[in-house]
Design a protein around this ligand. Structure first.
Ligand SMILES: [Zn+2]
Length: 49
């Protein structure tokens, strides 16, 4: 699952596909994919898994 964030208002939305527009402000073309949440694992940013 990827997380997409609105560059305009900061709204975030989870989904498999990139949203066409922001559900909060209605702006189109502002949804950008965010990196996976860093909360998983030990939280020390290691990638050995
Ligand atoms: Zn927005």
């Amino acid at each position: 699952m990827a997380v997409f964030k609105c560059e305009k208002c900061g709204e975030t939305k989870e989904g498999r596909c990139k949203p066409k527009k922001c559900a909060a402000c209605g702006e189109t073309g502002v949804m950008v994919k965010q990196e996976e949440a860093k909360s998983s694992g030990c939280g020390c940013s290691c990638t050995s898994k």
